[in-house]
Write a protein that binds this ligand. Structure first.
Ligand code: UD1
Ligand code: CA
Length: 462
């Protein structure tokens, strides 16, 4: 195989996005567009990947890190000019150079490999990836001669009436014989409607020099979609979402409403798990087998083991071990670690806390900065009072403890195994093994109550 090189164009301003964020840094299913492109091009075994950066170069470099080399294009004078900026890193190389845009996030490595293979088979100097567009507006058009041979590419703004009617478009993806590419780039001028140095002009230049120009027409236009504005961003997101959901379903995950199920790239879900409508699963989330993720749940960087049942809840940077359940309307915040077969019911919040196996937290409770053992019953409305206004404090509760409803556990305290807290207590001191803590005002029943009321009132109530 000839050595392969990749150039990603990502210097342009992206004016049509109307954004403070660089165009290629907008995200689709949890990943920036340019990262999608980089992931795919990395799979064609390139010797080198060079990303051309200009506008917001620092932001792009920060996102991609050392997964690519960079060429700077301080002034954006066109796509041809952009590729020319890679000359110091690339011009002396022999091999094939694949050029892609940072704003075509749906392209797949499978298509790129087919393009490269076609290029080699044809012995071409350049091969353009083309597609038949239902509406070609805005794209460069592929101009072929009577024999069907590609002559040149004409941009929308330079196209004649007849040329504008051509539906075969330039996807902005090409492979070139590297030496022929740099020879042709030197001859590109900016004599056109936009006053730019077009990469597309190298096609006519190479053709005139007698080189073979090939076009690989892909069947799926969608895949070549260039994202220039927010409407296209939403359209591309929908396609990516369908791909992701399709793959999960083919691998044994049930989706009741895939059209409203939003899952990021990189999420993992096990077989026989059911995902209900309106669910969002983001970041580095992994979900085991035989789980149910109920409608309108949000999972961010969550770790969910097998047989977990989630009902309309939010889980972020937290772990639920096998057989546990939560919801509806509960919230696991960072570093919540929910043990096997734990039950968390309605309107509970857990943060930076560990709950041991089979512990129950049925209703309306807050557990923050605590370590709870196993088989504990936490009554309704229990609050772990972890913050004194300055510092967060930690509480420990031992196995098989019983915490009565509406108790406040004021940290730091240690509640030993098998201890019991009477309902309504405000606990500020440690409780020993098997002891009961009760901390509430004693009830007083006053029988002379009525006699002390003003006459009028007392007769009314009696
Ligand atoms: C380009 C093609 C067009 C093709 C379309 C496919 C040219 C002249 N036109 O048009 O034929 O149908 O892509 O999507 O190439 N960029 C730079 N430096 C520059 C200018 C652009 O790095 O000076 C980058 C942009 O960031 C972008 C890519 O090149 O990632 C393409 O530029 P864009 O302005 O989006 O070109 P299109 O008008 O879409
Ligand atoms: Ca574009």
């Amino acid at each position: 195989m000839e050595p392969r090189y990749v150039v990603i164009l990502a210097a342009g301003m992206g004016t049509r996005m109307k954004s403070d964020v660089h165009k290629v840094l907008h995200k689709i299913c949890g990943r920036t567009m340019v990262e999608h492109v980089l992931t795919q091009v990395s799979q064609v075994q390139p010797e080198k990947i060079i990303t051309v950066v200009g506008h917001d170069a620092q932001d792009v470099k920060k996102t991609l890190g050392d997964r690519t080399e960079y060429a700077d294009q301080p002034e954006q004078l066109g796509t041809g000019h952009a590729v020319l900026q890679t000359a110091p890193l690339l011009a002396d190389k022999e091999g094939v150079t694949l050029v892609v845009s940072g704003d075509t996030p749906l392209l797949t490595a499978a298509t790129l490999n087919k393009l490269l293979q076609y290029h080699t088979e044809k012995g071409a100097k350049a091969t353009i990836l083309t597609a038949e567009a239902p509406d070609p507006t805005g794209y460069g058009r592929i101009v072929r001669n009577d024999l069907g041979i590609v002559e040149r590419i004409v941009e929308q703004k330079d196209a004649s009436h007849e040329e504008a009617a051509i539906q075969e478009i330039n996807t902005g993806v090409y492979c070139f014989d590297n030496q022929a590419l740099f020879a042709a780039l030197k001859q590109v001028t900016n004599d056109n409607a936009q006053g730019e140095y077009y990469l597309t002009d190298v096609i006519a230049i190479m053709r005139k020099a007698g080189g073979i120009i090939a076009a690989y027409r892909m069947k799926n236009f969608e895949e070549s979609m260039g994202v220039n504005d927010r409407v296209a961003l939403a359209a591309a997101t929908k396609v990516m979402q369908q791909r992701i959901n399709h793959d999960f379903m083919m691998n044994g995950v049930s989706m009741i409403g895939p059209a409203t199920t939003y899952i990021d790239v990189g999420v993992q879900i096990g077989q026989d798990t059911i995902i209900e409508p309106g669910v969002q699963i983001q970041g580095q989330t992994t979900i085991g087998r035989h789980c149910v993720v109920g409608a309108h749940s949000l999972l961010v960087d969550a770790t969910i083991e097998d047989n977990v049942h989630i009902t309309s809840s939010t889980i972020e940077q937290a772990t639920m071990h096998r057989g546990s359940d939560i919801g509806p309307n509960s919230h696991l915040r960072p570093k919540a670690d929910i043990g096997e077969d734990v039950h968390i019911g309605n309107f509970c919040e857990v943060k930076n806390a560990t709950l041991g196996a089979r512990t129950k937290l049925g209703h309306l409770s807050y557990v923050g900065d605590a370590t709870l053992g196993s088989d504990i019953n936490v009554g309704c409305g229990v609050v772990f009072v972890n913050y004194d206004g300055v510092k967060k404090w930690h509480t420990t509760v031992g196995d098989k403890a019983f915490i009565g409803s509406n108790s406040n556990i004021v940290a730091p305290v240690e509640i030993a195994d098998h201890s019991f807290i009477a309902a309504g207590s405000t606990i500020t001191k440690d409780i020993a093994y098997h002891a009961m803590g009760i901390a509430r005002a004693r009830q007083v029943n006053k029988s002379d109550f009525w006699d002390k009321l003003p006459l009028s009132k007392s007769s009314e109530w009696k």
